[in-house]
Design a protein around this ligand. Structure first.
Ligand SMILES: Cc1ncc(COP(=O)(O)O)c(C=O)c1O
Length: 426
């Protein structure tokens, strides 16, 4: 067992060498050790003044003029273009709006519709670089949806509903099982819904390999990036992802309930047939036509009037990335160092066998959180929060600690492990 002093000194040295350390000052934080940014990101200090301007001047003084003059109407695409580089997408493919749940619905139905359209036309419908047989011409009907069985519940509920609506069979499975199922019966699969990082265990799934396997089978993949956007490189364009969704209130610090994003790869946009075609995604929204004609580009993913206050709070929050030229690669480097250090401190402070890490050791399989299993996790987390260390509890037995490299330091990590050891001993 290491002496606490060693680890305190190590934390001090790591903080002194941290190139991102200065960013912490951009956030409203107190002496609480906040390790719950994987649930709700902290408030960037400049956001309240920006929101006050939106409310008092843009809404209060300019009123309806702000749809044009303050850029409200184009905010979903404009802010999408700010998120795009953080998830490895070129501009014009990300739109912001609605919740992740709603975007999962749009993306998954659209994926099934594209797979079916491929079968009906007997062609790839412009997909072009598809190596698999999305052609479907003469092949079996694509009537299965694969979903991560360990997924955040909302994705599972929505996938079940989409399956019923589209006449598909839903097959829950672990992401590791996806390649073999695709190899076995890939010509029956229309769509696959996966999480980049598991919300409970913090396991990072192999997005490049799984995307390639889904595409080779001629199906469409939808990735849920809630726990990776802003935490690690995603490479949507590089890896040929079809569709992706994610929330903005975790590692992007957009605020409680801030709108989610939807990525539709550029060459699929003309075929993206939204199950929620609202007036905001109409090619001519102010034409007030009774017949629907979809807009081109990312706007096709819009539905109704955007939630301007939340949207513009998110836009302000994203300044942290741009103004300080923060790279996702630097964030990932620090994130891995933070989670490594946390595991090291837990091993040093917590008696053997009291907790078990369910987060993989291998960097290639770890997101930006550490999840520890123990029987009395709910009570332990209450005691931790009383002592100024905020993580969260996920039923039935998981303590979750999220590490947001923009504002979490190594001293926070050492303190959290030390307080955890005391809370476990009580
Ligand atoms: C992986 C994942 N997907 C979806 C959601 C739900 O998102 P929303 O409540 O914005 O619909 C969450 C929320 O934490 C999540 O972690």
């Amino acid at each position: 067992m290491s002496e606490p002093l060693d680890l305190k000194n190590a934390a001090e040295a790591l903080d002194a060498a941290d190139p991102l350390a200065a960013l912490r000052a951009r956030f409203v934080l107190d002496d609480v050790t906040y390790l719950d940014g994987n649930s709700l990101g902290a408030l960037p200090a400049h956001v309240p003044a920006r929101v006050a301007d939106v409310v008092l001047r843009q809404w209060g003084e300019l009123r309806i003029r702000s749809w044009e003059e303050s850029g409200w109407w184009t905010a979903p695409e404009r802010i999408g273009d700010r998120i795009a580089p953080l998830v490895g997408a070129a501009a014009g493919q990300v739109v912001v709006g609605d919740s992740t749940s709603v975007n999962v619905f749009k993306a998954l139905v659209a994926a099934v519709r594209m797979a079916r359209a491929d079968g009906a036309t007997g062609g790839t419908g412009g997909v072009g670089d598809r190596t698999g047989d999305r052609t479907g011409g003469g092949g079996p009907v694509r009537d299965e949806i694969l979903v991560d069985a360990t997924t955040f519940p909302t994705d599972g509920y929505i996938a079940e509903s989409v399956a019923r609506m589209t006449g598909c069979t839903l097959r829950p499975l672990t992401p590791a099982e996806v390649p073999s199922v695709l190899a076995d019966r890939g010509d029956r699969v229309a769509a696959v819904l996966l999480n980049h990082v598991d919300y409970r265990t913090g396991r990072l799934h192999d997005l490049p390999a799984l995307t390639a396997a889904v595409r080779a089978a001629g199906a469409y993949v939808v990735w849920d990036l809630c726990h990776s956007a802003g935490a690690l490189p995603v490479g949507l364009d590089e890896h040929g992802v079809d569709l992706a969704v994610g929330c903005t209130y975790k590692y992007l610090n957009g605020g409680p309930g801030s709108p989610a994003f939807l990525y539709v790869r550029r060459d699929l946009q003309a075929r993206f047939d939204s199950p929620l075609p609202g007036w905001n995604s109409h090619a001519e929204p102010f034409g007030m036509r009774s017949a629907y004609a979809p807009a081109s580009g990312a706007a096709r993913g819009r539905v109704g009037t955007p939630d301007i206050l939340s949207l513009l709070a998110l836009e302000a929050a994203l300044d942290v990335w741009d103004e300080d030229a923060v790279s996702v690669t630097a964030v990932r480097t620090k994130s891995l160092a933070l989670t490594d250090f946390f595991l090291r401190c837990v091993e040093a402070y917590v008696p053997d066998g009291r907790v078990e890490s369910v987060t993989p050791r291998a960097h290639a399989e770890r997101g930006s959180q550490v999840a520890l299993r123990c029987d009395d996790a709910g009570d332990v987390m209450k005691r931790l929060i009383e002592r100024g260390v905020v993580g969260d509890y996920r039923a039935p037995d998981v303590l979750r600690f999220g590490f947001t490299p923009l504002y979490v330091g190594f001293a926070d990590v050492e303190r959290a492990a030390r307080v955890l050891a005391r809370a476990l001993a009580d």
